[in-house]
Design a protein around this ligand. Structure first.
Ligand SMILES: [Fe+2]
Length: 395
């Protein structure tokens, strides 16, 4: 599925991402000596391998990069992919994006439609042809079931927004990688991310960063029995999943939704095609390292098919509360400060991650800290995730 050229010698240097002694993260690398404006084909392949291997890679100092070059790089990572952003063109995304697009401005960069501008506040007098525009968006935590007061938020009490993979989970396969270029963000003062789940867990970080955890590590925290089930099981995502769950509310940690029966009935969704409904294995195998990642995007799952061996008849579960409860018990093990990393991207840096291995989320901050402008690009993959075992195509 991937170019798969492990062992290729890059012309650039990969340095492990800094971490504290307390952190148990086993991913992350930084590159300081690469110019993405004129990257060679062999370096594209080496960078692709580096992302699969290190999961999160920050390429420093790309201030000069033309936006279209970011899109070109994305297409070169997956040359057989259809030439469109994984969430479709901007019109489709704004019309059908459900909870992903509702209430916020999602802009494209002029002459680079598949590069999306995300962030908030004033973009600048002329941002690649976009004149004097401010981006507005709802507060990131406003879809959490347990409210966070504006007063607390303005004091720097924040939360993880929505742990996710960048994945339409309908019609197109998720991008192998996402690239996120930082134009500007505030760097001070620190905010404090609270779990607000009764555990008292919290962690400090700079404002405007993206948080990550590795689902290879999640898999590593599962019991042998859980691994056996996950290796042989699969999930079915709802058609137009972000419309389907668009009225649901999240746990305060941003991981998973609360089961309140707010999922839409299938007949209330926009028309959909049966063939476009996605069924993916619960475990996705890294094509370069062979590592297994527990990759279930619980907020969009409508049905799960559990089995413990290749010849077993699956137990079909369509009670989303039961599915979510099982997922929560597993996925929350990695939701601890020591497994979470927020790479400190500076203006001009690009962070790229293995979307088939990681969960990520935004972390909002009070507006008075300053505006944030990022360019995001990825491409619906030419081939989807592969599990450790084949799953039946029709059940
Ligand atoms: Fe994302």
């Amino acid at each position: 599925m991937s170019p798969g050229v492990q062992g290729l010698k890059p012309s650039f240097t990969l340095v492990p991402m800094e971490k504290t002694a307390k952190q148990k993260t086993n991913y992350g690398a930084v590159v300081e000596d690469l110019d993405l404006e004129s990257i060679t084909e062999s370096d594209v392949k080496a960078l692709s391998d580096a992302i699969w291997t290190h999961k999160v890679v920050v390429v420093k100092n790309q201030q000069h990069l033309q936006p279209i070059k970011q899109w070109e790089l994305v297409t070169r990572f997956d040359p057989d992919a259809p030439l469109v952003h994984s969430h479709g063109d901007i019109k489709t995304f704004n019309e059908k994006g459900g909870i992903l697009s509702r209430g916020r401005d999602v802009l494209s960069v002029p002459n680079a439609e598949n590069v999306r501008i995300i962030g908030k506040g004033y973009l600048g007098d002329d941002h690649f042809g976009i004149k004097a525009r401010s981006i507005t968006k709802p507060l990131s935590h406003d879809w959490h079931d347990l409210p966070l007061s504006v007063e607390e938020f303005n004091k720097g009490h924040t939360r993880f927004q929505r742990w996710h993979i960048d994945a339409p989970l309908y019609a197109r396969d998720p991008a192998w990688f996402t690239t996120l270029r930082c134009f500007k963000r505030p760097t001070a003062p620190n905010v404090t991310v609270h779990w607000d789940d009764g555990s008292g867990t919290k962690m400090d970080c700079e404002p405007g960063l993206t948080a990550f955890f590795s689902n290879v590590q999640t898999y590593g925290l599962m019991t042998e029995e859980e691994k056996r089930i996950a290796d042989h099981s699969w999930v079915e995502y709802a058609p137009h999943p972000y419309q389907w769950m668009g009225d649901c509310r999240s746990n305060p940690t941003g991981l998973g939704v609360v089961s309140q029966g707010k999922e839409k009935a299938l007949e209330d969704l926009q028309p959909y095609e049966e063939k476009d409904i996605k069924r993916y294995p619960m475990v996705w195998v890294n094509p370069v390292t062979g590592e297994r990642a527990f990759m279930v995007h619980g907020i969009c799952v409508r049905r799960a098919f559990f089995r413990s061996g290749p010849d077993q008849e699956p137990r079909v579960v369509d009670d989303v509360a039961e599915i979510r409860s099982w997922l929560k018990g597993i996925q929350e093990r990695v939701l601890k400060p020591e497994y979470i990393m927020l790479p400190k991207v500076r203006d001009g840096d690009i962070v790229m991650w293995a979307n088939y291995q990681m969960f990520h989320t935004a972390v909002d901050y009070p507006d008075y800290m300053g505006s944030r402008a990022m360019h995001q690009a990825n491409i619906g993959a030419s081939s989807g995730p592969v599990g450790p075992m084949p799953i039946p195509t029709i059940v």
